[in-house]
Design a protein around this ligand. Structure first.
Ligand SMILES: [Fe+2]
Length: 391
């Protein structure tokens, strides 16, 4: 990582009160949400040293299918190989550093538009015009650097760290707990789309304190969320492995935030009655939110794009048979329409957070008893800050 030597501009002792060890847990220092030096520190401490989610490998089923993301300053290319595996490559031409591919699609090979340097799907350089006769040019040694990756239940995880333990190990218990959702077989109707926003990536941190208030007339009118319906001590919580979660307890089986109050799509066939009466919001730190619902699994992925900029992708996944259902499009449209106001309220809320947090009067306020996921996430973040700062 390019920022390895950046040390934290905020003294480590400042973070102690933002952990749950401190009984009166307060939010992170406001600078964590805008300071460019802290941002560079965090790019290394969090994004350079642990796994993060980079979308779903199920979005690229065929050889040559690809999509691109940018995590901090690292443009990455995720491409399905001819042998069926997935590789994550630096999306940077090894000639003079130009960005190679954009968006998503299918390619037989990876070609730089600037000077036509061409790589095979595994990243090996196969063609560089003008160097055919040059014995000093070492084409066989030139390739797009590969970044370590692992597919877990269809989700693609990436790390720049060669030593950190595998993500499969970290998420083994969660895999067992979510077995009935058959995650690895779920597909989205279209590849995930990332939208750039003008706020720090940590602002997406999930909690349901705001559900009862910000979403009272939208989400709350379709799926009532009195504080008693929020179970912050649910079984998915696994602090040691960076998993923080709560469940919403529905008033009836297959309850869902739609205008009918019921799930619109066919119910996932293997769920228990308890699973059918819950919506589980499971954060896998630092950047994946899995929302396990009776008829689908929704997920959110966010990536840093600058001290006050980020990318967000949100989509739903379903069993393949449901995607082919003649009613699918209609139900998906109704559902999106029903949740439109809730989504707009969240965007407005996140925007206001960034607008306020830069103020000289921005506080480090107390976290409420309904923001336990946030406290647990802060524990995870502070542990990473401390580990990076101590070398
Ligand atoms: Fe919300």
């Amino acid at each position: 990582m390019p920022f390895e030597d950046t040390s934290c501009p905020i003294p480590m002792k400042e973070f102690a009160t933002s952990t749950t060890e401190h009984r009166k847990t307060i939010s992170l220092p406001p600078e964590c949400f805008w300071d460019p030096v802290f941002y560079r520190f965090e790019l290394d401490a969090v994004w350079g040293r642990d796994w993060f989610c980079a979308g779903r490998a199920t979005d690229i089923p065929n050889p040559g299918d690809y999509y691109t993301i940018t995590a901090g300053q690292e443009p990455l290319l995720i491409v399905r190989q001819r042998d069926g595996s997935v590789r994550v490559l630096a999306n940077v031409c090894q000639h003079r550093g130009q960005l190679l591919l954009t968006g998503n699609g299918n390619v037989p090979q990876i070609r730089c538009p600037m000077h036509s340097w061409t790589y095979d799907l595994s990243g090996g350089l196969t063609f560089a015009p003008g160097f055919e006769e040059d014995p000093t040019f070492g084409a066989p040694d030139i390739c797009l650097p590969e970044i370590r990756s692992e597919v877990w239940e269809g989700f693609l995880f990436v790390t720049f760290d060669k030593a950190v333990a595998g993500i499969g190990k970290r998420l083994a218990k969660l895999k067992r707990q979510l077995a009935n959702y058959r995650l690895s077989g779920l597909r989205s109707p279209a590849p995930l789309e990332f939208v750039r926003h003008d706020w720090n990536w940590k602002i997406y941190a999930d909690e349901c304190y705001h559900c009862t208030y910000l979403h009272a007339r939208s989400f709350g009118s379709m799926f009532p969320v009195p504080p008693s319906a929020i179970d912050e001590e649910c079984e998915y919580n696994d602090a040691d492995n960076g998993i923080m979660a709560y469940t919403l307890i529905g008033r009836h089986l297959d309850a869902s935030p739609t205008r009918t109050g019921k799930s619109l799509h066919p119910i996932l066939p293997d769920l228990t009655e308890t699973q059918r009466s819950r919506i589980a919001y499971i954060t896998v730190a630092p950047n994946l939110l899995i929302v396990a619902m009776p008829d689908k699994v929704k997920y959110w992925v966010w990536l840093p794009a600058g001290p006050t900029a980020s990318y967000l992708g949100v989509t739903n996944t379903f069993p393949e048979a449901v995607l082919g259902d003649p009613k699918f499009e209609e139900h998906a449209r109704m559902e999106a329409e029903d949740l439109r106001t809730t989504a707009e309220e969240d965007l407005e809320g996140w925007k206001r957070y960034q607008l306020g947090i830069g103020s000289r009067f921005a506080p480090r306020g107390r976290l409420s008893g309904f923001e336990k996921t946030l406290g647990r996430l802060q524990d995870w973040l502070v542990a990473h800050y401390r580990a990076a700062e101590s070398g």
